[in-house]
Design a protein around this ligand. Structure first.
Ligand SMILES: NC(=O)c1ccc[n+]([C@@H]2O[C@H](COP(=O)([O-])OP(=O)(O)OC[C@H]3O[C@@H](n4cnc5c(N)ncnc54)[C@H](OP(=O)(O)O)[C@@H]3O)[C@@H](O)[C@H]2O)c1
Length: 249
């Protein structure tokens, strides 16, 4: 079946496209780099013609609060409208575990707004909420660095490997719409400073990592349960140690 992957050139999207092709589907990556833009509408109707499923794993080019909200709202509206016109039967979107629990984060508010649009659009859908990707820990460190120190909340995350995210999204894309939210997460809960220390040590990066319960993570303080998954989450197989062994610089 024809499945369009919005953001299909990105970290998750490229692996979802590969997985779907390996299962014999016609996987079409759609992003500005392939001539499809959900903000301007360029190439969108043509890309969606004949598609049964749309997987939205696009991300905002800017993480500035106003820009990211504008991105997910405009992109979501344009995409859902185009899907209705094309008769697409399933909208799959990747959002974030705990997006509804940390309103101080502009990025999380934008992901929640994306979810609200989907729930109101009348399109059959499945929202896949993931925890943070292991691959995102380097950007997290950079965003929390002042001088040679990385200061992050001491809270637990439950991070997951991008390949496990892609496997779960692939499975959802070839299943019937759930019209609800599915959570996916990594197999272990790990303190954020420990995660950052692990990645920096593997990269031989000399920055010092400090855990601080009042430090902010993309604009918000965190508790041990802000971003960890519930008991029904589907868990990825890859542990942090396994991931680190293959993913240092
Ligand atoms: N990072 C995390 O820990 C985490 C956790 C949970 C959920 N998520 C969610 O996972 C999703 C995928 O993240 P990722 O890391 O795979 O993203 P990524 O690697 O940054 O890729 C972003 C993709 O979005 C595309 N894109 C940007 N602007 C677009 C537009 N106007 N129209 C269509 N496509 C556009 C890009 O296309 P070009 O290549 O053509 O520019 C690219 O394919 C995001 O929605 C994010 O919120 C992330």
């Amino acid at each position: 079946m024809k499945i369009v992957i919005i953001g299909g050139t990105g970290l998750i999207g490229s692996q979802v496209a590969q997985n779907l092709r390996a299962r014999g589907h016609e996987a079409v990556p759609a992003s500005p780099n392939t001539g499809v833009n959900t903000i301007t509408g360029e190439g969108l109707d043509a890309a969606l013609a004949g598609a049964k499923v749309v997987v939205d794993v696009a991300n905002s080019p800017s993480f500035d609060d106003a820009a990211v909200l504008e991105f997910f709202q405009t992109s979501g509206r344009n995409l859902l409208k185009a899907e209705v016109n094309a008769g697409v039967g399933h909208h799959v979107a990747l959002t974030i575990v705990g997006a509804d629990r940390v309103p101080d984060s502009g990025y999380m508010r934008a992901k929640l707004a994306q979810e609200e649009l989907i729930k109101r659009a009348g399109q059959p859908y499945t929202i896949v909420r993931s925890t943070q990707f292991f691959e995102f820990m380097r950007a997290t460190a950079d965003s929390a660095t002042a001088g040679d120190t990385v200061r992050v909340p001491s809270a637990n995350l439950q991070p997951i490997a991008a390949k496990d995210v892609a496997a779960a999204v692939t499975e959802v894309a070839v299943s019937d719409p759930d019209n609800g939210v599915i959570e996916i997460a990594g197999p272990e809960k790990i303190k954020l400073p420990e995660l950052i220390r692990g990645v920096l040590a593997a990269d031989n990066d000399p920055r010092k990592v400090v855990g601080d319960e009042h430090a902010r993570y993309f604009g918000t303080e965190l508790t041990d349960t802000s971003l960890t998954a519930g008991p029904d989450a589907r868990l990825g197989k890859t542990s942090f140690a396994e991931w680190l062994a293959h993913n240092h610089k």
